[in-house]
Design a protein around this ligand. Structure first.
Ligand SMILES: Cc1cc2nc3c(=O)[nH]c(=O)nc-3n(C[C@H](O)[C@H](O)[C@H](O)COP(=O)(O)OP(=O)(O)OC[C@H]3O[C@@H](n4cnc5c(N)ncnc54)[C@H](O)[C@@H]3O)c2cc1C
Length: 284
């Protein structure tokens, strides 16, 4: 199909993009990799009057690994997959990027576009929650940071205001010894997560001292499985404790149903995927 007509401006800076958004927040759309937005326009599910291309805005680019880790919103899945400094401190980005779609999508799609779009089946939201990321948003009123666990509000709805831009993802540098795992059941056609589970976990003296579990695909938006984490903390990572944590995560999930997977099946997958992710760390 052919999109409705629109104007197109290539933003030269973050301030330029925000100024354009501010002029007409309802009628404007940012475009990053375009891998979701362009199909949406072609299906006429959206008909913005103005497309603001942020692809040339330098402030939104790059991966910095220092005391904190900063990932610019325009960083592509392929760049996240290829970054050796990032893989060394946060291997979960490599694990997740490797499971996203195919090389074409990975070369164009951006982490910022994925998080801002908040598709219930996207991979990055679970990872951002599991690594306790903060998302940096910029708008006419200045900048603010929102914890990833609070950013995803509903199906394709986030804490972003219409005139705000997601600038970067910030993550505290993990201590050595923190373990990570991302795994998912892929939709066979798109590669999106039917259910995806991201875990960061630390053990001290044989017991779990910290566990954060992000889950995507199952529900209308990615969520943090708090009851599962609370159950694991202070206990050994035994098969019995893993099974109970997985059951608690599944109980917390108010699952979606569609032509591919029923809500009951998704609930089952939350349980099996959380258990598999935790078991793989207990073996490591
Ligand atoms: C065939 C196919 C398979 C895919 N498989 C997977 C998969 O397995 N897993 C997965 O997670 N994803 C998958 N995707 C999605 C893809 O990986 C992209 O992440 C996704 O399309 C969004 O990124 P983008 O850069 O293309 O965003 P765009 O399409 O450019 O934008 C998407 C939305 O986000 C907004 N936006 C973009 N950047 C910003 C920003 N910085 N600040 C505020 N708003 C912004 C736009 O206005 C738009 O509303 C797939 C896509 C396709 C086409």
């Amino acid at each position: 199909m052919i999109p409705a007509s629109f104007d197109y401006v290539r933003a030269t800076s973050l301030a330029h993009a925000i100024g354009l958004l501010q002029n007409d927040p309802d009628g404007s759309k940012l475009v990053a990799g375009g891998h979701t937005l362009i199909p949406t326009l072609k299906l006429r599910l959206a008909s913005p009057a103005l497309l603001i291309d942020i692809g040339g805005v330098g402030e939104l680019k790059g991966i910095e690994v220092a005391d904190r880790i900063r990932i610019g919103a325009l960083t592509t899945h392929a760049e996240l997959l290829a970054s050796e400094p990032l893989r060394k401190v946060l291997p979960i980005f490599n694990q997740a990027a490797d499971l996203i779609a195919d090389p074409q999508v990975r070369n164009r799609g951006t982490i910022g576009g994925s998080l801002a779009n908040a598709d219930p089946a996207a991979d990055w939201p679970a990872v951002a929650i599991a690594v306790n990321a903060e998302l940096e948003l910029a708008g006419p009123g200045g900048r603010r940071h929102v914890a990833a666990k609070d950013f995803f509000v509903d199906i394709m709805t986030t804490a972003l205001e219409l005139d705000e831009v997601l600038v970067a993802i910030h993550i505290p540098r993990p201590d050595p010894g923190l373990q990570f795992r991302y795994r998912k059941i892929r939709h066979p056609a798109s590669g999106y997560a039917v259910v995806g589970v991201a875990v960061s976990l630390r053990r001290r003296d044989g017991t779990v001292s910290q566990a954060t579990i992000g889950i995507t695909g199952a529900t209308g938006h990615a969520f943090r499985a708090d009851s599962a984490s609370a159950h694991l903390t202070g206990k050994p990572l035994s098969s019995q404790n893993i099974a109970r944590a997985a059951a608690l995560a599944s109980e917390q999930a108010d699952c979606l149903s569609d032509g591919y997977a029923s809500a009951d099946y998704r609930k089952h997958l939350v349980k099996t995927e959380v258990a598999r992710a935790l078991t793989s760390l207990s073996d490591a």
